[in-house]
Design a protein around this ligand. Structure first.
Ligand SMILES: Cc1cc2nc3c(=O)[nH]c(=O)nc-3n(C[C@H](O)[C@H](O)[C@H](O)COP(=O)(O)OP(=O)(O)OC[C@H]3O[C@@H](n4cnc5c(N)ncnc54)[C@H](O)[C@@H]3O)c2cc1C
Length: 388
């Protein structure tokens, strides 16, 4: 991948030859259980593959990981028939899959989407548009979220499996992006798109928002792993460069300030990696509460990626700012990890909400720190004390 990364970044085309290598290596769909054609390798191994791919090219990292994002809704909520029907072609690499949740006016507030899926006989009819679908155009399968009950607050959305070529389903604008340029990000347009009812995820309407959140909980460690790989890849290049580049008669690594930067970068990358692996292990172990761990991993690792890749550019000096050198691409690729699958502001909200929800478990600490009592403050007590 390293010799090809700059080329695909420049031409902004899907690297089919790399995808073929991923298939030949048996890496597609490894997170899917064996009964549906996967390797049953879970989220931890998915993360390790994404990390290693992103260490060479962040675009390839997401090109691979987005298939997990697209297939998790089927895994967590699909009927057995849907799993048997759709997952084996994803695990063989025959078909790519994408995830259509966001819309032009509904990003962080995904529940505010306006694309509708109306029941009509034996089908749902989808009308509306999705924004920024990664893998769009390249993928054959799409998990698409739409409003099935506009009058409900909690059961408003449902997910449907849409196939490339379904009548009324077209691809719109292809985005020109800052980073991850080898993977297409496109608009999906639905104009009276008829989808048979057996493609309603889980066979029951109204569960879409829950399924989207369950999916993101399982997919966010993958974005965090992409960030770790990007940070590690940039650090690798920075180390290789600073040990060879000479200024003032010595290599850059001879300067303590440079050593400090490298040590700090390496420590943060390792901390991020361990947080990502811990969150993935919790998911694989079937832990009930995985939301906060996934959000923490994404928040921390993607911030580390931004910091470390920016510092790598700094360590290359002026050369780092040039397209002739690989590190500026790492910095561009890293930025998106702080945005997609929930921005880092949204991750912060998720973490804070989970924390506060559990605060009652700490009520026993009240014994050691009574809340300030204005009637009975120390100052009031001192004032009330009779003077001698
Ligand atoms: C390259 C790329 C690929 C993508 N791939 C996919 C994909 O495959 N599938 C898919 O469904 N979507 C995808 N997305 C969409 C992505 O998930 C959204 O862009 C993201 O969730 C943010 O939504 P938004 O862009 O509408 O920003 P907005 O929601 O408008 O947010 C704008 C800013 O406001 C902040 N903000 C919003 N709400 C709050 C709040 N309550 N508190 C504090 N701050 C807040 C945000 O953090 C952000 O900084 C992709 C996006 C990009 C750019």
């Amino acid at each position: 991948m390293r010799p090809l990364a700059a080329h695909y970044d420049r031409v902004q085309e899907y690297p089919w030859e790399i995808k073929k290598e991923l298939c030949d290596a048996g890496l597609m769909g490894i997170w899917v259980p064996e009964e549906f054609g996967g390797a049953g390798a879970g989220v931890l191994n998915l993360c390790i593959v994404v990390e290693e791919l992103s260490r060479a090219c962040g675009g390839v990292g997401v090109l691979y990981a987005v298939n997990a994002l697209g297939s998790f809704p089927i895994l967590v909520a699909g009927t057995d028939e849907q799993k048997q029907r759709f997952l084996p072609s994803v695990t063989s690499g025959e078909k790519l899959i994408a995830f259509g949740l966001s819309e032009r006016d509904a990003g962080s507030d995904a529940g505010g989407m306006t694309t509708t899926a109306r029941e009509d006989g034996d089908a749902y009819v989808i009308d509306g548009a999705k924004k920024w679908t990664t893998n769009g155009g390249a993928a054959d399968l799409y998990t698409v979220f739409a409003v099935t009950d506009p009058n409900s607050r909690s059961r408003r959305l449902s997910a449907l499996i849409v196939e490339k070529g379904d009548p009324g389903f077209e691809f719109g604008r292809v985005e020109d992006k800052m980073g991850i340029r080898c993977v297409p990000v496109v608009e999906l347009n639905f104009d009276g798109c008829r989808v048979p009812k057996d493609r309603l995820l889980g066979g029951r309407p109204g569960m879409g928002f829950k399924h989207a959140m369950m999916t993101l909980d399982r997919a966010r460690p993958g974005v965090a792993a992409q960030a770790v790989g990007l940070a590690q890849g940039a650090l690798d290049y920075a180390l290789a460069y600073t040990t060879r580049r000479k200024q003032f008669g010595q290599t850059l690594t001879g300067f303590q300030m440079i050593q400090q930067m490298l040590a700090d970068m390496a420590t943060k990358v390792e901390a991020a990696r361990q947080l990502v692996y811990a969150s993935a292990r919790m998911i694989d172990a079937g832990a009930r509460d995985i939301t906060s761990g996934a959000a923490k991993a994404k928040l921390f690792a993607t911030n580390v990626a931004m910091e470390v890749t920016t510092n790598a550019v700094q360590l290359f000096g002026g050369y780092g700012y040039m397209r002739d050198y690989p590190v500026e691409k790492f910095m561009r690729d890293a930025k998106i990890t702080q945005i997609y699958e929930g921005t880092n502001q949204i991750q912060t909200l998720v973490i804070a909400r989970n924390l506060i929800k559990k605060a009652s478990q700490l009520d026993h600490l009240a014994e050691y720190m009574p809340l300030p009592d204005h009637e009975n403050t120390l100052a009031n007590r001192a004032e009330a004390k009779p003077t001698a």
